[in-house]
Write a protein that binds this ligand. Structure first.
Ligand code: FMN
Length: 411
């Protein structure tokens, strides 16, 4: 006998065709396979998952990995997870202004693409793709001394992008001077002098994978070709991978790598760079307050708090934690920027709220590049921008310039 207490209260009927039409909304067909792939990426972690599938292990690990136990990188990322946002309500946040003045020029976004070496090894479109996305979004990008596109070719690929050049200085000042002259003449307005590389960090994944630059065709890599045919096809059918801006200095890639990291570097070299470079100068890789003060005394326009994405000294200080003390010391005389560990728009908002004038991203855009070339880099920017805007709206802040340390506390 049916139990009266549980008899159904739901009355059923057949749906009307008009009602069915309302809810039957097939997804639009995306013809381009790259766009289709990227449409499934909603976070930078999703882009990383796609990147990993599409890139040979050695190249993916070169990008994804860090030095030794990778604690510098892990801790930097963890620090962003320890941020607690302090929102205000009822603030009218319908249109958010994400723009930011960075060293005298307004940028539509408060973040820039960090300099990365061997970018065409991750995906063949390389630095050109990154510069074109920078141009389209009115944001800056930095070309590495170890770039796989030359200073001049990059300028031609994105003439209207705001371009910065990252310099490794070595004993032979002539080579450095040549690079600075070429960058200045090609319209790069800012020099990032990297100072956290007296020697190369020990990247164990690269050692274990037997990574060579450029990648060698061994039995193992040949087998990998079957898994990543598009990547290998691109490698073999486009211009060879090399340090494009250093071509005419001669020597093998190994010779150049040896020269690029110079353990004798000191403040005299910084003084020489300051005298030689006519544009804005940023010191990249500063990791304590005393050094920040000193490089500013020696003429830096901005200090980039960075541990090189955890790729140099392991167990290094966490850049976002250095912000308050560094700002107290130098913010009246120089800008303070930050990078390492940033993987979301929320991370960017947190860094800005804690006082950074600008933020650089490295792996985030490289995951996009590996996932889908230029379109993938654009997807990275779209994800970060959307996340930034939503975070700011939920925080009750309409302009990047209105973010304050009280909006993001570190727990
Ligand atoms: C694959 C790769 C290559 C890099 N190459 C350079 C380089 O040539 N010069 C440099 O100053 N920094 C280099 N960096 C460091 C970045 O400029 C930046 O400091 C770092 O990636 C920021 O950390 P994130 O990747 O967690 O965003 C590289 C980083 C990566 C991931």
């Amino acid at each position: 006998m049916p139990d009266e207490r549980w008899s159904s209260v739901t009355q059923r009927r057949l749906p009307r065709p008009s009602e069915l039409k309302e809810i039957l909304r097939p997804k639009p067909i995306v013809l381009n396979p790259t766009d289709r792939r990227l449409a499934a990426a909603h976070t930078i972690a999703d882009l990383r998952t796609i990147a990993r599938k599409r890139t040979p292990r050695a190249a993916f690990d070169y990008t994804d990995g860090a030095a030794e136990l990778e604690d510098s990188l892990r801790r930097a990322r963890q620090a962003y997870r320890r941020v607690e946002f302090q929102p205000n309500v009822l603030r009218g946040v319908s249109d958010v202004d994400t723009s930011r003045e960075i060293l005298g020029t307004r940028s539509a976004l408060p973040f820039a693409f960090a300099p990365t070496g061997f970018t065409r090894m991750m995906q063949t479109e390389g630095e050109r793709a990154v510069a074109r996305v920078a141009q389209r979004n009115t944001m800056p990008m930095a070309l590495s001394t170890m770039g796989t596109t030359s200073i001049e070719d990059l300028a031609a690929a994105a003439p209207d992008a705001r371009k910065w050049f990252q310099l490794y200085v070595w004993r032979d000042h002539g080579a450095g001077e040549d690079l600075m002259n070429r960058a200045w003449e090609s319209g790069y307005d800012t020099l990032l002098l990297t100072v956290d590389t007296p020697v190369a960090g020990q990247r164990l994944r690269d050692v274990r994978n037997g990574l060579t630059i450029p990648p060698a065709l061994t039995l193992k890599t040949f087998a990998d070709g079957a898994m990543h045919p598009a990547w290998w096809f691109n490698l073999l059918t486009t211009e060879p991978l090399n340090f494009a801006s250093l071509n005419h200095f001669g020597g093998t890639v190994a010779d150049l790598l040896d020269k690029l990291f110079d353990p004798t570097l000191n403040f005299d070299d910084l003084d020489w760079v300051r005298q030689t470079w006519p544009g804005k100068l940023v010191i990249k890789g500063v990791q304590n307050v005393d050094d920040a003060r000193d490089v500013v005394k020696h003429g830096a326009d901005a200090v980039l708090l960075s541990n090189h994405g955890g790729r140099q000294l392991d167990r290094a200080p966490t850049p976002i934690e250095l912000l308050p003390a560094t700002l107290d010391e130098i913010q009246d005389s120089a800008e303070v920027w930050v990078d390492t560990g940033i993987l979301s728009g929320g991370d960017i908002v947190a860094a800005l709220a804690r006082g950074a004038n600008a933020v650089l991203i490295g792996r985030a855009f490289l995951y996009g590049l590996m996932a889908g070339g230029e379109r993938g880099v654009q997807r990275c920017v779209d994800i970060l921008r959307t996340e930034m805007i939503r975070t700011m709206q939920l925080l009750g802040v309409r302009r990047v310039d209105d973010l304050r340390p009280t909006h993001a506390t570190l727990r």
